[in-house]
Design a protein around this ligand. Structure first.
Ligand SMILES: Cc1ncc(COP(=O)(O)O)c(C=O)c1O
Length: 411
């Protein structure tokens, strides 16, 4: 049974008590919710306007669904936005990172240093190339690889460093590059989460020898699926162009193949979508910044939570909004909070379980509990809250009210 009072919106629970569900929400939102069976606040939603739909339809009505002009146009728009010489569109961020390995000649016997606190697809392309991911623990504030620990993991097999701007935060990427330059290592910058962020005015995606963005629908800019490799090195870009297209050569035509290649092409349909999305990046960033600010305003005073902020010198393009329980809370407590949020119709995530503890990686490389203590401690307390361009202040109030209520009940 529903009840709306001055203080909010109540639902009668099975034990006869009234649960306050939407305290603080406006009547409009409450009415919207009442017309549904239950609340549903999504973790992520794409933001597609009529312009994207028209652009995609125009491609569908034309002759070039793939290998047409939209691919080059998307790449050109991207190079201009990021400020690099070359861009190579591919069908995912994972494919892009793998092609970087291939273009840089990384293979069996080689080691690539990376972070264990990331999405798994930072590490798997290293393994797909036959090389070994060597993990280095993270900085407890930025949650990015701790540059001061990298040196201790360098061996004569180290070929590259693969830093990630986790959750879109570029803090420390400059220090990683300084360290890599000193040793003459390539940097493969995994910028899949950081499109539009910058550090001291330098855009994410301009730090690495090669950099990769991803366009899965939860990203700042989506193409449905897709990715983009960026580099200033013409030769590396040319190899990627060949690798993504069955190893074809520039001169060899459709059936001339000069190397082992793949079909990692991004279609014109996806690229048309990406062109419009990228043209809206400032508006998208502004929406996401506003959503992040509302969360910060509503949660910052809660001592049970660590709330993300924009680090000094960084302009964040917010990818997700991940709070974490304060030091001392356990994995079990965090998981109970996640379950309770989901049971109330609010989608949340546990970004990220440590990559080195994914069973197939732990087994192959001998990693275990106790390795990388900061990663272990952080990742057991994270709660990714609903986050997307059009999330309203009222919906954020619902999320925060529920989160605080659950913390009151459970912790
Ligand atoms: C840090 C990071 N690296 C790599 C990827 C892989 O990108 P994709 O899903 O496009 O393959 C992602 C995507 O979620 C990511 O967040």
């Amino acid at each position: 049974m529903w009840a709306v009072t001055e203080n909010g919106f109540y639902l009668s629970a099975t034990n006869g008590k009234m649960l306050q569900i939407y305290g603080g929400a406006s009547l409009q939102v409450i009415e919207r919710m009442m017309n549904r069976d239950s609340i549903r606040i999504y973790l992520s939603r794409p933001d597609i306007t009529d312009r994207e739909i028209e652009a995609v339809c125009a491609v569908l009505q034309g002759p070039n669904l793939s290998l047409g002009p939209k691919v080059g146009k998307f790449e050109e728009t991207f190079t201009k936005y990021i400020g690099r010489k070359r861009a190579v569109a591919v069908n995912s961020g994972t494919s892009g990172l793998f092609l970087c390995m291939r273009a840089l000649g990384i293979g069996p016997g080689d080691e690539v240093i990376t972070t264990p606190f990331t999405f798994i697809a930072s590490a798997t392309p290293i393994m797909m190339a036959g090389a070994k991911p060597v993990f280095v623990d993270i900085d407890p504030v930025s949650l990015n690889i701790d540059h001061s620990q990298i040196e201790s993991k360098v061996t004569d097999r180290t070929k590259a460093i693969l830093p990630v701007e986790v959750f879109g935060n570029p803090a420390g990427i400059d220090r990683v590059c300084e360290m890599a330059n000193k040793h003459n290592f390539a940097v493969i910058e995994d910028s899949c989460e950081g499109l539009g962020s910058s550090l001291n005015g330098k855009m994410v995606g301009t730090f690495g020898t090669m950099s990769v963005f991803g366009f899965y629908p939860n990203k700042q800019v989506t193409t449905g699926e897709g990715g983009m490799i960026l580099t200033d090195d013409e030769a590396l870009a040319d190899i990627c162009v060949s690798l993504r297209n069955q190893g074809r050569s520039k001169e060899g035509g459709w059936l001339g193949h000069e190397r082992l290649g793949y079909n990692f092409r991004l279609s014109d349909i996806n690229c048309a979508l990406g062109i419009v999305q990228l043209s809206r990046i400032d508006e998208i960033k502004a929406h996401r910044r506003q959503v992040a600010r509302w969360y910060q305003e509503m949660l910052a005073d809660d001592e049970r939570l660590i709330v993300p902020f924009e680090p000094d010198g960084c302009e964040m393009s917010w990818f997700v909004f991940v709070v974490r329980l304060a030091d001392g809370f356990t994995l079990e407590q965090r998981n109970r909070v996640l379950e309770a949020m989901v049971s109330r119709g609010i989608e949340v995530g546990n970004y990220f379980p440590p990559v080195h503890l994914q069973p197939f990686i732990a087994e192959q490389f001998g990693y275990g509990q106790g390795d990388f203590p900061i990663t272990a401690s952080v990742s057991q307390r994270t709660i990714a809250l609903p986050f997307y361009n059009k999330l309203s202040k009222d919906e954020i109030a619902i999320v925060c009210k529920n989160l605080k209520g659950i913390l009151d009940e459970l912790l």
